[in-house]
Design a protein around this ligand. Structure first.
Ligand SMILES: [Zn+2]
Length: 128
């Protein structure tokens, strides 16, 4: 099956024999060496890595990073949606406050990297 890269139109033979034209085109785009297809793959890898980072910092493994408790599952999904929007440049940055669980900042850096940051204030006060 021959597919065409959606960026440069180059024909690339798919390894799948009996797939749809659409699937062959997707395969061609994923395997084309042109600059746009390469940039697209890089963005997808970045998004995957950024979402993994969201799960690390805000999910059950957050204690490894010094945070006291994970945020709600639906809010983790919200953050992963924001990662998509930042990667697509429809949002330049977002900051969300979770009350006692701290806050999340998601933004695109000047070097085109997706930055994920979690902050949680820790204050201790004694009065005699
Ligand atoms: Zn291409």
């Amino acid at each position: 099956m021959i597919g065409t890269c959606k960026y440069c139109g180059q024909a690339v033979e798919s390894l799948e024999e009996n797939c749809t034209q659409e699937a062959a085109d997707v395969w061609a785009t994923l395997n084309c060496d042109c600059a746009s297809a390469t940039a697209d793959r890089r963005t997808k890898e970045q998004v995957t890595a950024a979402k993994d980072r969201v799960f690390e910092l805000f999910g059950t493994s957050c204690a490894e990073y010094g945070f006291s408790k994970p945020i709600e599952a639906e809010n983790i999904l919200l953050l992963t949606s924001i990662v998509d929007a930042v990667a697509n440049h429809t949002i330049s940055s977002a900051k969300i406050h979770f009350g006692k669980a701290g806050s999340a900042s998601i933004s695109m850096t000047s070097k085109s990297k997706i930055k994920i940051q979690r902050s949680q204030a820790h204050a201790y006060q004694l009065e005699e």
